[in-house]
Design a protein around this ligand. Structure first.
Ligand code: 0RQ
Length: 501
């Protein structure tokens, strides 16, 4: 049966090429998509072709693209390759787009994911001209059943002048009932508390609303999400995962955490997935998650019954796991709820629930400043994503990374971070395969001792200690956070000059 049962919207079905004609040079476009899930599968490619044709005629053609988070080669990838992205917000992870940002062709605002919707309402990014949103079905009354990501879709549908809907029948029709779209957001000073007290409590509607008069095109698709594979956890990831889980055991023994912990948030990537795998082999029961992305490891935990309730805004699954999920979707109903990202990552809710946040990092300095986004201070990898939303407001946060990168040429523990996303005031626990540094309640100098001894790779430990000792000796009145300013970034300079820190 057709996924479009609303007569008014059925009449608007057209091709991706026709739909792309509604998007013009310079438009602010809000697209669906979050970590490779729920992005539009057809219109971006048609739009990229339009841009290439315009460029061939010597005309300018580029859009300002806002999404939920990262998309896929068929969205960010094709648009960046066509030179069609003048501006991008709030998160990406695409090689073509990364290149376009780092060469200065695309302007990129790396925003906290929970801020992206409200900042658009505040007018930071101009008027949203077009929304391009993927859904899994349109009901007879015109309500939209979201697909594998909710992201910022509510905001794009509310704010855009024109709406293009993609209806993708690759998603199970049974997605109906998996979503909670909160329509209570207001702008200050009209805001009210977010009345959410448990991870999978419903506070909104199962559907997205759209004004059918604004809908200019409906496009039917049948294509999978990005569904990138995960590496099976290597020794380093397993070591980091076991440090985290042991630490949580210790916190329970010390009476600081209940036996079923507090709701977990876990970032994307292989280490995050490895941590979930470690939980699967642990004694923990009755776990919950209040997170933004559901990876394979979390579904495994639901399957074993260890994880009873998960709130998120999207999935990020391997192809294998996505197929299994789609075939058995009913088994997950009532245990998973996908929310708008302004709620999945809401600082108020994160603080109230007391989240345990686990995120990856690029480097940390000896005082606990964390860089999650930049290589050698200048080139962006992905973006801050939701790591700031969760870490800053968490009950307990972890930042995890191998102690070295690029075959040992780079130390992930450095005298001074070359870019700071999470400040020394926010970071609780730093983890590498070497060990764990619990920084809570420590002064900067005490933190340095822990990070150097517990987390740095042995190849770099003595040099870090030497830096700290000389900085202390050189600053008799600067021993709170001692630095040698002329040397603070010398490790990065060394790497750039000699390929070795
Ligand atoms: O590059 O593949 O070219 O070698 O960075 O590093 O070790 O594979 O780790 O995949 O877990 O990613 C911080 C990027 C870690 C990720 C980051 C190089 C390294 C490799 C990746 P290569 P790994 P991961 C919720 C939370 C920010 C967003 C976030 C991230 C590549 O976790 O994007 O937390 N986080 N969101 O070689 C130079 C160093 C390096 C380095 C690693 N010190 N110097 N290069 N690399 N350390 C999800 C969302 O918000 C959507």
């Amino acid at each position: 049966m057709s996924r479009i049962t609303c007569p008014v919207l059925k009449n608007k079905v057209t091709s991706a090429e026709e739909a792309a004609q509604f998007i013009n040079d310079g438009d602010v476009v809000g697209m669906s998509g979050f970590t490779g899930a729920g992005y539009p599968k057809a219109v971006p490619t048609a739009l990229a072709e339009r841009a290439k044709e315009a460029h061939g005629r010597g005309e300018e053609f580029g859009i300002k693209l806002l999404t939920g988070a990262s998309t896929a080669p068929e969205a960010d990838g094709v648009l960046a390759e066509a030179g069609a992205l003048k501006f991008r917000m709030p998160f990406q992870s695409d090689p073509n787009l990364r290149k376009s940002i780092n060469t200065g062709e695309t302007e990129y605002v790396d925003a906290h994911l929970s801020h992206s919707a409200q900042q658009t309402w505040f007018g930071f990014y101009g008027d949203v001209k077009v929304a391009v949103v993927e859904v899994s079905a349109i009901l007879p009354n015109g309500l939209l059943v979201p697909s594998s990501a909710v992201g910022n879709n509510k905001t794009w549908l509310d704010l855009a002048d024109k709406v293009i809907i993609e209806v993708n029948d690759w998603h199970p029709r049974e997605y109906e009932g998996f979503h909670d779209v909160y329509y209570g957001t207001k702008l200050p000073p009209q805001r009210r508390p977010i009345q959410l007290l448990e991870p999978t409590q419903r506070i909104g509607d199962p559907y997205l609303r759209v004004d059918s008069d604004k809908v200019v095109a409906v496009v039917e698709t049948s294509a999978p999400d990005r569904n990138a594979p995960f590496k099976s956890p290597d020794e380093g990831s397993k070591a980091m995962a076991s440090h985290v889980v042991d630490f949580l055991r210790h916190e329970i023994t010390a009476g600081r955490l209940p036996e079923s912990l507090l709701p977990l948030q876990s970032g994307v990537g292989n280490v995050a997935n490895a941590v979930m795998a470690e939980f699967a082999h642990s004694e923990f029961e009755g776990l919950t998650a209040y997170t933004e992305v559901i990876q394979d490891g979390m579904l495994d935990l639901i399957d074993t019954g260890k994880l009873t309730a998960v709130s998120a805004t999207s999935f990020c699954l391997s192809a294998e796991r996505a197929t299994e999920f789609n075939e058995n979707i009913e088994a997950y109903k009532g245990r998973i709820l996908l929310r708008t990202q302004e709620i999945s990552n809401h600082p108020e809710v994160v603080r109230r629930l007391g989240i345990i946040a686990i995120n990856g990092m690029v480097e940390a300095d000896i005082y606990g400043n964390v860089n999650s986004t930049h290589v050698m201070g200048s080139s962006i990898i992905n973006g801050i994503g939701g790591s700031g939303d969760f870490a800053r407001n968490a009950f307990l946060n972890f930042f995890v990374s191998p102690s070295v990168a690029k075959g040992g040429a780079i130390s992930s523990i450095v005298p001074f971070a070359s870019h700071v996303d999470h400040t020394e005031h926010d970071v609780h626990v730093v983890v590498t395969e070497q060990g764990i540094a619990d920084l809570r309640g420590l002064s900067p100098a005490a933190r340095a001792k822990k990070i150097i001894n517990n987390c740095a790779h042995p190849d770099f430990r003595d040099r870090l200690q030497d830096y700290f000792d000389r900085a202390s000796a050189a600053n008799p009145n600067g021993r709170h956070t001692p630095h040698l300013l002329s040397e603070a970034l010398s490790w990065h300079e060394n790497f750039q000059a000699n390929g070795q820190m």
